[in-house]
Design a protein around this ligand. Structure first.
Ligand SMILES: [Zn+2]
Length: 161
């Protein structure tokens, strides 16, 4: 007498095979939701038209596994290694989009990008496509300021105003 273990879920081999099993926990849901928020994969939700709220251009709206929607740049499929991590979107054969996160893409992999990344209505400062690089630059700016302060500190004349 044993309990039949039906909890083994086969691993998907490729993007095309990655399908949610009915009722099965979807391990990527939380990551997808967080990533969606980070990447601006926040609609517009139906029944609103699939138009970018920043520039008015139409995008390719796809549902995600969290039930949110992402507006993909229409017709653009890129080598994944050219796209910043966190912005690499894939569309399964069932039409559902998912974010590849910051994992290094497989050699030769291709992906979609959110319209957000190519939107003419947003500045690079607003898009921040390379977030890790922004953090490094911010850290370096602080280091450079401290270094300049140390070098000029004791001999600098006070600001007479
Ligand atoms: Zn736009």
């Amino acid at each position: 007498m044993g309990v039949y273990d039906d909890s083994i879920i086969p691993l998907a081999g490729s993007d095309e095979q990655r399908q949610p099993l009915p009722g099965a926990p979807r391990s990527w849901e939380n990551a997808d939701r967080a990533q969606a928020a980070l990447d601006g994969a926040i609609g517009p939700e139906p029944p609103s038209p699939p138009r970018c709220p920043h520039c008015g251009l139409a995008g390719e709206r796809r549902p995600t596994y969290t039930g949110q929607h992402v507006l993909l740049e229409p017709g653009l499929v890129l080598p994944a290694h050219l796209v910043p991590g966190g912005h690499r979107w894939h569309v399964d054969s069932n039409g559902v989009a998912w974010n590849g996160g910051s994992e290094e893409p497989l050699p030769g992999a291709r992906c979609r990008i959110p319209h957000h990344l190519a939107c003419p209505g947003l500045s690079l400062d607003e898009i921040r496509p390379w977030r890790w690089l922004t953090e490094v630059r911010t850290e370096n700016a602080g280091r450079a300021r401290r270094r300049a302060d140390e070098e000029s500190g004791p001999t600098a004349l006070p600001d007479a105003g």
